[in-house]
Ligand binder design. Structure first.
Ligand SMILES: Cc1ncc(COP(=O)(O)O)c(C=O)c1O
Length: 470
């Protein structure tokens, strides 16, 4: 055999198997210890970010360091440099402490690094993701055939819904964009919706004024009478309504819009019916909570973020629809370099993304090991955590502003504890817990959400104590 004319692979990037094992084994041990510290330590960052910026200036990539050292340095900085989702006293913004099967999935996906754009490149991953999407769709009660895909987030999945609605609303939308419509496009969500809808309107080219924020009923849920009135007014003014997007689990108050009433209006008005169940969709896993989402089975499409209440690692949303052919219509294109071009199957022909990470494995593994029952128990546990907090705060004179049956509590402190924003600032600065200030139906409230699957009675006590200024 002749000597290789090629230089050896760059060892820092592609180390030998023994070296990989040594580093990975050490990393595994280290991460378990870190998790213990994160759970016991402060929920909020303690790093001085100005000093960190100065420190970063010395990392100009002219000097190299061993991987062990860089990993240690990175973990140490992260340990002090972010709001810790892994901390069981993080009662935060739907960001979960990640479940372990999902973390394993990321490790596996990192090794294989499959390209999920094409079914020819990744036949097994594509089938596996479709299997999970269909299972969620069936759990929601959607009629067959069920289609869809994993997305980077709820925002991408909701954007996909609007593109489907527009594509169905006018046969010339694909070719001409909004110029195809006889008047300005409108779509409807409640004013308690996730406000990324504004960006979605912008990026879809329909303009931010296309978004109609429907008044709520005083309890954080879309008012269907107001919805019907807005649709009528818009039509009378020459506008073109295309979609109703109800929210199942609002970001601020965990409220569920009247899903069946919205479905009825969408059907009568021939509008696309989308349910943004980014967070609340997880209730489908629980037999006890599932009836709260009645009406979701009438949706044309649904958003569910596994990286919220199903506690996978970040960036694991789902877009689920009964109109697979419309996805193919909205995202079709053709090129000779791709290894496959199957309209109903290849993710790059059915979704916003082209190159695509193997996201669905995270939920697949979690479902395989915990089942619907295990995920349902996890979701119900979150509701119980909130019930326990509610009892204690009410006993201490707090007032509950929302009546969500899910795991978000919006509360107003007794006057002696002062203004909400100052109170939340004090709690967060203490590091003992993390909560958010928000506005619910015009009132300033402290928003408390059960996001961590390992929150204990002691964590609840600690939260209640710090909220009460003890
Ligand atoms: C109801 C709802 N929809 C959509 C989103 C956006 O999801 P993502 O942050 O995954 O893009 C959120 C985020 O919190 C949400 O609460």
């Amino acid at each position: 055999m002749s000597a290789s004319l090629l230089p050896p692979p760059v060892p820092a990037l592609f180390p030998a198997p023994e070296e990989r094992r040594r580093v990975e084994d050490a990393l595994t041990v280290e991460l378990i210890e870190v998790l213990g510290r994160l759970q016991a330590g402060p929920a909020t960052p303690t790093i001085d970010i100005a000093s960190f910026r100065v420190e970063l200036q010395t990392h100009d990539f002219s000097r190299v360091r061993p991987l062990d050292e860089v990993l240690r340095w990175t973990i140490e900085r992260l340990e002090h440099g972010l709001v810790q989702m892994a901390n069981p006293r993080y009662f935060g913004l739907f960001n979960p402490g990640a479940n372990f099967p999902a973390q394993c999935a990321d490790r596996i996906a990192g090794l294989f690094n499959p390209q999920l754009a094409s079914s020819a490149s990744s036949p097994v991953p594509v089938e596996l993701e479709n299997h999970v999407i269909r299972a969620l769709g069936r759990r929601a009660g959607l009629p067959e055939p069920i289609a869809g895909h994993f997305a980077t987030g709820g925002s991408e999945a909701n954007y996909t819904a609007l593109l489907c609605a527009l594509t169905r609303a006018h046969p010339r939308f694909a070719a001409e964009g909004v110029r195809a419509f006889a008047g300005p496009v409108k779509f409807y969500t409640s004013r308690e919706c996730h406000i990324a809808w504004l960006k979605i309107a912008h990026q879809a080219g329909v303009g931010r004024e296309a978004l109609r924020l429907v008044p709520t009923d005083g309890r954080g849920r879309l008012d269907p009478i107001a919805l019907q009135r807005l649709v009528n007014e818009d039509r009378a003014a020459g506008a073109v309504p295309v979609m109703i997007a109800a929210t199942a689990g609002t970001t601020g108050g965990g409220m569920i819009d009247p899903l069946a009433a919205c479905a009825k209006i969408a059907a009568t008005e021939s509008l696309w019916y989308h349910v943004d169940a980014a967070w609340g969709g997880a209730a489908l896993a629980s037999n006890r909570l599932r009836p709260l989402l009645a009406g979701i089975e009438r949706a044309d499409s649904i958003t569910i973020d596994a990286h919220k209440w199903f506690a996978t690692t970040m960036g694991c949303a789902m877009f689920i629809t009964t109109h697979g052919s419309l996805l193919s219509e909205a995202f079709h294109c053709s090129t000779s370099f791709m290894p496959s071009s199957l309209a109903g199957l290849d993710p790059y022909l059915n979704s916003v993304q082209w190159s695509r990470r193997f996201m669905g494995l995270r939920l697949f593994l979690a479902l395989e090991v915990a089942g619907w029952q295990g995920l349902g128990s996890h979701v119900e546990r979150g509701v119980m955590v909130i019930e326990r907090i509610k009892e204690r705060l009410v006993a201490a004179g707090w007032h509950v502003a929302n009546d969500s049956a899910l795991a978000v509590l919006d509360v107003e402190p007794p006057p002696a504890l002062g203004d909400v924003r100052a109170l939340v600032k004090r709690v967060v600065a203490s590091g003992r817990a993390w909560v958010a200030p928000t506005n619910f139906e015009g009132r300033d409230v402290v928003r408390i959400c059960a996001t961590n699957g390992e929150t204990s009675e002691a964590d609840i006590e600690e939260l209640v104590a710090v909220l009460n200024g003890r």
